[in-house]
Design a protein around this ligand. Structure first.
Ligand SMILES: *Cc1c(COP(=O)(O)O)cnc(C)c1O
Length: 420
């Protein structure tokens, strides 16, 4: 008999205030332990249909197609791009942080002729700048990030979307960090395809990428469809010669939609427990209400920002285009940012994030996303950060942070007292 070498899984209790993965609502964790169903069991396909319906509400769209791609958020970016990019297609990628570079990387791998434009990190593009570039390079696709987690900035999309529609250009948006945390009107803003994330403002574990796309995208898919022997319809055969088949099997949206749609053609095995999790996460969002949820994110952001500034810290990035769910802070000179982060983790069990590329070692990022975006977390991170900064010799304005945050919380409008 060998003695069990590994103990039962036990994770330390954490307060996660990063831009993802964030804390998951206990209701979602419970849903994940629901028994498995077969992928073609009517009870399960019913759940698939419900998730599609709820995703349409989340994305504020009437699109026929709205479903999760199984894989982390970037699998959604890759599925959309590999399904619409044919070698040599021109794609314009305006870059204002790390995730613009991810778009470039994916587009290049699928043979696109990629044009980029860049602005400094901490800023976003004026819509006119992007529109002028679209007119100059005439791309087939514009791939744009909405909420840039690496810089805490949010790109306005409405004018760019309308211009793309007028110029017959496809607009693909990475809203991984912002979906469920701030208003995104997919149809009204003329977004052709959009990718959301689960582990950020939806507060579902990482492992799925909810997407939606319209008939402009679907048209390309049907032209590129790989016709399988025996199941091709006359219509499939007519269309098959028009486009180059999609290079990926796993990410071929035409195959994914045949699995999610009424044909239920076998592709992958849907990630059962993750779908349960996403369903419960979406139920929580719709139960709270989209508007109410967006307002909650604004409210806690206000308390956090008030506290940080009262402490004597400086925020990073253009405030006019700040992403509500990510707050970037300049690391004060002479302070070791990584040492502060590890003391927060080791002494308080709180996780905050650093950043990437040009911002590495220059800023901290605090996320207020989904289930992590709540009063006790904001107050806890402010109190802990003050204590840790004092230990690091930074001249904090003692006691001010929590008072400023409390001012925001206690100014909360009270429900009118019910008259008997
Ligand atoms: C987190 C994030 C991603 C990548 O998500 P993964 O789940 O790690 O694949 C992509 N884009 C943005 C804007 C993000 O914030």
């Amino acid at each position: 008999m060998t003695i069990m070498k590994y103990s039962e899984l036990h994770t330390p209790l954490r307060t996660i205030m990063t831009p993802g993965p964030v804390e998951v609502d206990p209701r979602v964790l419970r849903a994940m332990s629901t028994p498995i169903l077969g992928q073609f069991d009517p009870a399960f396909t019913h759940i698939m249909n419900e998730v599609m319906e709820m995703l349409r509400q989340l994305f504020q769209t009437n699109n026929r197609w709205a479903f999760p791609v199984d894989g982390t958020s970037r699998s959604g970016n890759e599925a959309v791009l590999c399904s619409i990019i044919e070698p040599g297609d021109c794609v314009l990628v305006p870059i204002f942080g790390r995730f613009g570079h991810l778009f470039v990387e994916i587009c290049e791998r699928y043979g696109a002729d990629v044009h980029t434009m860049e602005c400094s990190w901490g800023e976003v593009f004026e819509p006119e700048e992007v529109i002028a570039e679209i007119k100059k390079v005439s791309p087939k696709i514009v791939a744009l990030v909405h909420g840039e987690t690496s810089t805490g900035c949010m790109q306005p999309l409405k004018e760019i979307g309308q211009a793309c529609r007028e110029l017959d250009v496809l607009l693909v948006v990475d809203a991984v960090a912002s979906i469920g945390g701030t208003d995104i009107k997919v149809d009204e803003w003329c977004i052709d395809a959009i990718i959301g994330g689960t582990q950020k403002c939806l507060s579902v574990p990482s492992g799925m990428a909810p997407i939606t796309y319209n008939d402009r995208i679907e048209k390309i898919l049907s032209e590129r469809k790989k016709v399988e022997r025996g199941i091709a319809t006359a219509e499939d055969l007519r269309q098959v010669r028009k486009g180059i088949p999609i290079k990926s099997n796993y990410f071929d949206l035409s195959m994914l939609q045949d699995y999610w749609g009424p044909r239920r053609l076998n592709h992958h095995t849907e990630a059962t427990s993750m779908l349960y999790a996403l369903r419960e996460g979406l139920r929580l969002v719709l139960e709270e209400g989209l508007e109410e949820r967006f307002e909650r994110h604004v409210f806690h952001e206000a308390a956090l920002v008030a506290g940080l500034e009262a402490m004597g810290l400086t925020l990073f990035g253009n405030r006019k285009h700040k992403l509500t769910c990510v707050t970037c802070i300049e690391i004060p000179s002479g302070i070791d940012g990584e040492s502060v982060r590890s003391m927060l983790l080791n002494q308080f069990g709180i996780e905050i994030a650093s950043s990437f590329g040009p911002l590495q070692g220059k800023i901290w990022r605090i996320g207020t996303m989904g289930y992590s975006c709540r009063k006790e977390n904001v107050l806890f991170v402010l109190g802990a950060l003050e204590a840790v900064l004092l230990r690091h010799g930074f001249e904090v304005k003692r006691g001010e942070a929590l008072q400023a945050a409390l001012d925001v919380y206690m100014a909360e409008v009270k429900e009118p007292v019910k008259e008997e």
